[in-house]
Design a protein around this ligand. Structure first.
Ligand code: ADP
Length: 471
């Protein structure tokens, strides 16, 4: 069942309960009032009758009779019974009429001077015990409350009609309003149905506001923004990756074709093979980087996770890079380091962290033609911070925002070999370790890359307070 119908039904049920409660209350109180009113009138007529009947003074009796004729209308089916009673023998001298119940007579006698009431079928009875000089009497009056019965029947019909009619009106009105309320939601649903991978640029139109529907539409549009970016990035990535992989492959095939096109000297074959090895090496590097990039995108659980000392990693990276190119000038400084070694330890994967750090340091060396690259390690605000500063070509300001896109290479980086995969990979690794990377650069002056990773000791202290390190 749709929410709009459910809302309308719920509202109708609520109204039905209230209406039913009110109708029962009105019915009950009006019924009681009419019945009491009728009994009061019956009582009045009974006492008047007694007075008229037993009044010694004829003049007073005439006055009472006149009063009754003028001011008291005769009640429907009104009857009067006057029974003589012998209190000594405790029995009625006059026989009990067939319409009157003997139990009622007993009740009248027990009540003494007070009026007793009774109801048999639709007839009401009122009776009083009257002591007169001529003897003791029981005066009973009976009548049918026709007016009251009619009133109650009409009231019942009116209440039932109001109840049913009211519910129909409430259901129709609430259905109309809930349909109106949910119209924007139906619009969102219809629009969302139209959106697929081929038209991710479509958005939901909504009026700016602070209501839940606007919030929902805005959140949905934001999600579409992210999805569209992710789709585009993925598409770019695939086409760029295919292009980058095809270039060395084309070179390898071309070189082999040329070498095999005619018989050649041993030296020529050697040259061809060297070119093929060079291109195959590029292919190897690229596929390794791509594989690492793909792995770093995992949730980290597939990697071997342990406490890793960043200072030790830095020295290991420097050693490897020095072996690869002894001409580089990597200088590591570690000032103001804390004594607690846990503060320099990061929870993570050693190989991935080595890869991230060597990418950044290698870029510093590469893009500065092996000028000095200063690497410093510090502990700031619960994080291990590694800063890599070079004095190379820098990155043009307008291109800085693209450096984490896979295969992006700045316009001034053409003379340098590379694929544009290193920085996206580094960012993915740092993110996997709940860290941040900040790149500041000025063209022709140099670049400063800062990596901040949460230390184990800090994370432990935070976990006691059930918090996560926020970079
Ligand atoms: P590449 O293999 O091209 O170095 P990266 O992903 O490591 O790929 O870097 C992406 C781009 O960012 C580089 O092509 C380069 O234009 C720019 N870049 C990165 N680091 C530096 C740096 N230290 N100095 C100048 N430019 C840099």
């Amino acid at each position: 069942m749709k929410i709009q119908t459910k809302t309308a039904l719920l509202f109708t049920m609520l109204t039905a309960t209230i209406l039913l409660f009110l109708s029962i209350a009105v019915y009950y109180f009006v019924g009681r009032f009419t019945s009491n009113d009728f009994l009061k009138r019956l009582e009045l007529r009974t006492t008047l009758s007694a007075k008229i009947h037993f009044e010694q003074d004829e003049t007073s009796a005439d006055v009472f009779n006149q009063l009754r004729r003028e001011y008291l209308e005769v009640l429907p089916h009104e009857r009067e019974y006057i029974l003589e009673y012998d209190p000594l023998q405790e029995k009625l001298i006059t026989p009990i009429p067939a319409d009157v119940n003997s139990r009622f007579i007993r009740e009248i006698i027990q009540k003494g001077g007070q009026t007793a009431y009774s109801r048999h079928r639709k007839t009401d009875f009122a009776g009083v015990y009257y002591k007169d000089v001529t003897g003791d009497f029981i005066v009973v009056k009976s009548a049918v409350n026709e007016y009251g019965e009619d009133l109650i029947r009409n009231l019942r019909h009116v209440l039932a009609a109001t109840f049913i009619g009211g519910l129909c009106v409430v259901f129709t009105v609430s259905l109309y309003f809930s349909r109106n309320t949910f119209r924007p939601v139906r619009h969102i649903v219809a629009r969302a149905r139209d959106i697929s991978a081929h038209n991710l640029h479509l958005r939901i139109n909504y009026s700016e506001g602070s209501d839940e529907i606007s919030e929902l539409a805005e959140t949905f549009n934001n999600m579409l923004d992210r999805l569209e970016t992710a789709f585009e990035t993925q598409n770019n990535f695939i086409s760029n990756a295919s292009h980058e992989l095809r270039t060395p492959l084309t070179a390898i095939i071309g070189e082999a074709d040329i070498a095999l096109s005619k018989p050649r000297s041993g030296e020529e074959y050697q040259q061809s093979l060297s070119a093929i090895i060079r291109e195959a090496g590029k292919l190897h590097n690229l596929t390794s980087s791509l594989l690492s990039l793909a792995q770093s995108g995992f949730d980290g659980k597939k990697q071997e996770w342990s406490g890793v000392r960043i200072d030790e990693i830095l020295f290991a990276v420097k050693e490897t890079l020095d072996e690869r190119d002894p001409n580089n000038q990597i200088i590591i400084t570690m000032d103001d380091l804390p004594e607690d070694e846990d503060l320099l330890t990061v929870e993570g994967n050693e190989n991935l962290l080595k890869l991230a750090l060597s990418n950044v340091i290698l870029n510093g060396c590469k893009y500065s033609h092996n000028q000095r690259v200063e690497v410093s390690l510090r502990f700031i605000d619960g994080a291990v911070a590694v800063t890599v500063v070079d004095h190379g070509i820098g990155i043009p300001q307008t291109e800085l925002k693209h450096i984490y896109e896979p295969f992006f290479r700045a316009s001034n980086s053409n003379p340098f070999e590379g694929y544009g995969v290193g920085l996206p990979l580094t960012k993915a690794i740092i993110k996997l370790h709940h860290g941040v990377i900040i790149v500041e650069s000025e063209e022709n002056k140099g670049t400063k890359v800062t990596l901040r990773l949460p230390s184990v000791a800090h994370l432990r202290a935070q976990s006691g307070r059930e918090q996560v390190w926020i970079p």
